[in-house]
Structure formats: structure tokens, C-alpha cells
Design a protein around this ligand. Structure first.
Ligand SMILES: [Zn+2]
Length: 578
């Protein structure tokens, strides 16, 4: 009888595990970008990544562990990375982690393999599984509640980078190194009291919980439940009760939380839902996402000012030089992708499109490949970019990733249904069936989708965007279903046309402060040229205090309109005075 109950329990668990996701994204390698700004951004991103020497990315890891780095430690012979990768910056090593992920997206295997080999050697030297570019003393400081800058945040980037190298590029060494890190974390954290746990997780830890859930999911078959359960224990150690419990209870007052400390915690909750069917975790993630998207987001999809959230009814007071840290949107888009797989809803893809075109795409300077930290929304503000080797801010790291995975969210699939969420020129190879999307969107209001080589009939679900005044497929007006998608069966070639008109969106609190959009694209006004829009590495985090000067309001209609993502090396106006 006991066995029967166990069997029934296992079966019901199996059913619930299969029930978490309604649709899936495609592997990045299945989707190829065709000629577009997205493709060119990705090429520039790749070139920057390729130019950073492996020896520089391993330098601080090797020197800290006492592994040979270069002659006499390399103080004269090495190309040193500066800024947040300096030997005396607590966050050093985070870029190496981000790049392992970005290189997995880009399939830059040879270079990534060399980095993984180097990291494995450093880990062997440490002997406990610990792996970082800083000494374990920083972890001890975190545990003791002393001043230290986010050591588990950096470990998250390294751990997830290794996991991406394993899952996307098949690097077995990367998984072994990741397992070593997981075992070290378990041994380090297991003896700690609850009081210590509560204190130490107040320090920013990025998505370390999510990466540990991922390690658990990957290893539970092969390493055995006993070993994997230790990784699961670490994932749950980082459950931040003070932040997540109110979200589970439906609280929508997000206070002045540090946005990028807050958002990635929910990616771990998503993983808990996906693995164990815990609906409270999903509820928390959905609550944060929709509260940010509906109540907090600026017209560009950005949600913060000086990295912090603020009360939505004061939004117009927060049009400053410090809006919208890139990392926050990078993490919100990750969250959007996860939620979409649970319940495909065009509104999720609507937000994705808004934030992708108006925040992420314009983060990169097309003239130099450099990226910005904030995207100011004050009148007269401009994009202030990183330097090539002396900034390495968090947003440089998330930027490396953002511009390397534009293919990630164009298409999703469920059975024989294909979701077309974004109108980006691309070709999808779906087990031999080729879906090609050709478009000059958003300059054009049309996209053409052709399907070839399919053995079975496909059903396309094409997003009916919130901004479209009408939508036509092959010349006929169409309507969306309840999920916001237009269903097209058995078609071979679809010409999709959208009604795109200019419209206004005011701030949440002030109807006289308005942005102009054409379709999903924020249209801005170009002000005077800026000769050198780059951060000064000699100044301490100058993006955070940069003085853009005072500029009077610009009345609506007084400047020609251009897509906001094209505003670079110039001051601009996004929110006009009406
Ligand atoms: Zn950042």
C-alpha cells in the first residue's frame, strides 16, 4: 500500500512537473539574425569580446590563488583590466563570468575553453572548490556582516557562466568546476546560524539562488540526489524572506528597493516553480513583474532612478540623468521570458519589445561599441558610455550578454504551434523546418514570414501588438484571440501589416509631461552634439554623479522626431512639455 501511495505521489509529481511550462524558447543556435541593427550590434559586441585577452580575464584569479599568471606576476607584462576589474575592486572577476555566458550564446568555443581550463587550474590550487578572483576573506566578511561589495553577486556570474558553457557548448570541465563551487558553497554555508543567514543575504547576491537551482537541475540525475540536494540546499539558503514573502502575499508597494538587487532574486523563484511546481514562487515573480511593468516603468521600459525604485506617483520627478540601469532591464527581460513560458500572453512580449528597442538596443554606441550604465530621461541628458578597458561596470557585463542573445525571444514553440513574438529579421531552423522573417521593421510596418521544408502543417501565432491600430495578414484584417495572438494555420507565406501611428504616453503622475511613440518606438528630439560622451576613468563612478547641466523644458512639436535608440553623441528630449 505504501508503495502504491508512493507511486501515485510520484506520478502526480511527474504530471505537475510537466505542467509548469506551456511553451519553450528555442536554443539560440537555432535562430540566426539577418541583416539589421540587432545583427550589427551583435557583431560589434563579439568583436569587443574577442579583443579581450584570455590572460587578462584570468589575471586576477591566478594572482589571488598564487597560480602563475605571467613573469613576476605580470605587473609589467600583462594587459590589466581596470575599473571594476582592478585588482583592488571587490567585484573583480564578474566580467569573466558574464563573458563565459556571452561566449556560450555566441558559440565562441575556443576562447571560452581556454578560460575554463584556466579557472579549473585556479580552483585546484584553492583545493576546496572555492573559485574567485578575490580571496575567501571577502566571503568571511559577508558572513560576519562587515563592509564588502557583493561577493556572491560575482560568484553568481562565474557559476552561471560555467553552466552556460556546459549546457550550450558541452564543456564537461565547466560542469566539474561548477560542481566544485556548489560543494564549496554548501560546506561554507551549512554551519551558519539562521541569524547569520538573514544578515548576510541582505548583501546583494544577484541570481546566485537561480544558478544553484540550475546546478541542482543539471546534476540531480547524474550526480545523484544526495549530492544535488546540497546544491538545492544552497539555492534555498538564499531565499530572501523579507523581500519575497510580501510579494507572495500580493504586496505591490515596492518601496525604494535597489532594483537590480531585487529583480534577479525572482529568477530563482521561477526556477523553484519550474522544478517543484511551487505556485507561491510563480505568484511572487508575476507580482513583481506586473507591478514593475504596469506601475513603475517609464516609456522606455526602464524602472529605476539612481538604481532605486520610487513611488509611481512621483515618476515625473524622476526624469533625471540616472534612470534605467541596464542590468535591471536585462534581468526583467529574463523574467519576461520565463513568465511567457508559463502562460503565453502578448502583453509580456509587448513589454519585451518596448524595453528591447527603447532601452537595450540603444545601450550600445554604434560608433565605438561602448555601452552606457544609465539611460537618462531628463531633457538635455545624453548617453554616457563606458571606456574599452577601464570601466567594466555591471552594465558592461550585462551589456556583453544582452547584445549577444537578441535571437532568444523572437520565437517560442508549443507542440506544432509557433509563437512569433518579435518582428526582427531572422531565420529559425525548427528541426529542419525553416521559418524566415524578412522585415525592415520598425522603419517599415510590414514583415514577411515564409515557411519551407516543413513535413507537418504548422500553426503560427503572431503577436497582435498593443500599439497596432490594425493588423492584416495577406491583406485581410485579423483579430487577436484572448491571449493576444493571431492564429494562422497551414500558411506558407504571410505578409503581416500593422497600423503604426504616432501617439502620446504621459508619465504616471503628470498628463502634461508626455513621450511620443510610433508603434513601439519612442521618438525623441535631437538637441546639440556632444563631442566626448564617455565616462572619465579617473573619476570615481562618474556616471553616478555626472552633471548634465540644467536644461529648460522643450515644448511638444518644436523638434523633429527620430527613434530614441538612434540618439547617440547628442543631448536629447524624451519627455516633452505639453
Ligand atoms: Zn548594472
Amino acid at each position: 500500500m505504501k508503495r502504491l501511495i508512493l507511486l501515485l505521489f510520484s506520478l502526480s509529481l511527474l504530471t505537475s512537473l510537466n505542467a509548469q511550462k506551456v511553451c519553450e524558447p528555442f536554443a539560440l543556435k537555432d535562430v540566426t539574425l539577418l541583416s539589421s541593427r540587432f545583427q550589427r550590434n551583435m557583431q560589434r559586441d563579439s568583436a569587443w569580446i574577442a579583443s579581450i585577452p584570455v590572460s587578462s580575464l584570468l589575471h586576477s584569479f591566478r594572482n589571488t590563488a598564487g597560480v602563475f599568471s605571467s613573469k613576476e606576476g605580470g605587473y609589467m607584462t600583462m594587459k590589466h583590466l581596470a575599473g571594476w576589474e582592478s585588482m583592488d575592486c571587490d567585484l573583480r572577476g564578474h566580467i569573466t563570468g558574464h563573458l563565459l555566458s556571452a561566449m556560450a550564446y555566441l558559440q565562441m568555443k575556443e576562447k571560452a575553453d581556454s578560460i575554463v581550463q584556466g579557472l579549473a587550474e585556479v580552483q585546484r590550487q584553492c583545493g576546496t572548490g572555492y573559485l574567485s578572483a578575490y580571496g575567501e576573506g571577502l566571503i568571511d566578511r559577508n558572513i560576519q556582516g562587515k563592509s564588502v561589495w557583493a561577493p556572491f553577486y560575482t560568484l553568481h556570474k562565474i557559476l552561471q557562466g560555467l553552466l552556460d558553457q556546459y549546457t550550450m557548448c558541452g564543456n564537461e570541465t565547466a560542469l566539474e568546476v561548477a560542481k566544485g563551487m556548489g560543494t564549496w558553497a554548501y560546506n561554507k554555508l551549512k554551519p551558519l546560524s539562521e541569524e547569520t543567514r538573514v544578515r548576510m543575504i541582505r548583501n546583494e547576491f544577484g541570481g546566485f539562488n537561480e544558478a544553484m537551482y540550475n546546478l541542482y537541475a543539471i546534476t540531480k540525475e547524474e550526480a545523484g540526489e544526495d549530492q544535488a540536494s546540497k546544491y538545492l540546499w544552497v539555492a534555498r539558503f538564499f531565499y530572501h524572506n523579507d523581500k519575497i514573502d510580501p510579494l507572495k502575499a500580493g504586496n505591490k508597494d515596492l518601496g525604494t528597493n535597489h532594483a537590480n538587487t531585487f529583480i534577479p532574486k525572482l529568477l530563482g523563484e521561477c526556477k523553484n516553480y519550474e522544478l517543484f511546481g511551487d505556485n507561491s514562487s510563480r505568484n511572487a515573480a508575476e507580482n513583481l513583474f506586473w507591478t514593475l511593468v504596469n506601475d513603475h516603468a517609464f516609456v522606455t521600459g526602464e524602472v529605476s532612478d539612481k538604481e532605486h525604485l520610487f513611488k509611481p506617483e512621483t515618476q515625473s520627478k524622476h526624469l533625471t540623468g540616472y534612470d534605467g540601469e541596464n542590468c535591471c532591464t536585462y534581468n526583467l527581460l529574463k523574467l519576461a521570458d520565463r513568465l511567457f513560458t508559463y502562460q503565453p500572453d502578448s502583453k509580456i512580449a509587448d513589454y519585451y519589445e518596448r524595453a528591447l528597442y527603447n532601452h537595450i538596443l540603444g545601450q550600445q554606441d554604434t560608433l565605438t561599441s561602448m555601452v552606457c550604465y544609465f539611460t537618462p530621461l531628463m531633457t538635455g541628458g545624453y548617453r554616457l558610455y563606458s571606456t574599452r578597458d577601464s570601466s567594466f561596470w555591471c552594465c558592461v557585463g550585462s551589456g556583453f550578454e544582452s547584445h549577444a542573445k537578441y535571437q532568444s525571444s523572437i520565437y517560442f514553440h508549443s507542440g506544432n504551434e509557433l509563437y512569433v513574438n518579435l518582428f526582427i529579421p531572422s531565420e529559425l531552423n525548427w528541426n529542419g523546418t525553416i521559418i524566415r522573417q524578412e522585415t525592415a521593421f520598425p522603419e517599415s510596418n510590414k514583415t514577411v514570414i515564409t515557411i519551407t521544408n516543413n513535413r507537418e502543417p504548422l500553426t503560427l501565432k503572431i503577436r497582435y501588438p498593443y500599439w497596432a491600430t490594425y493588423m492584416k495578414v495577406n491583406g485581410k484584417r485579423v483579430k487577436a484571440g484572448k491571449d493576444g495572438f493571431v492564429m494562422v494555420k497551414n500558411a506558407k507565406r504571410m505578409e503581416v501589416e500593422f497600423g503604426m501611428e504616432l501617439r502620446e504616453e504621459a508619465t504616471k503622475d503628470n498628463p502634461t509631461r508626455v513621450a511620443i511613440l510610433r508603434g513601439p518606438i519612442v521618438m525623441a528630439g535631437r538637441m546639440e552634439k556632444v563631442d566626448c560622451p564617455f565616462s572619465d576613468p579617473k573619476k570615481y563612478n562618474d556616471y553616478y554623479t555626472f552633471d548634465y547641466g540644467k536644461h529648460p523644458d522643450v515644448p511638444l512639436g518644436s523638434l523633429p522626431l527620430e527613434p530614441f535608440y538612434n540618439m547617440q553623441h547628442c543631448r536629447y528630449v524624451v519627455y516633452w512639455k505639453k
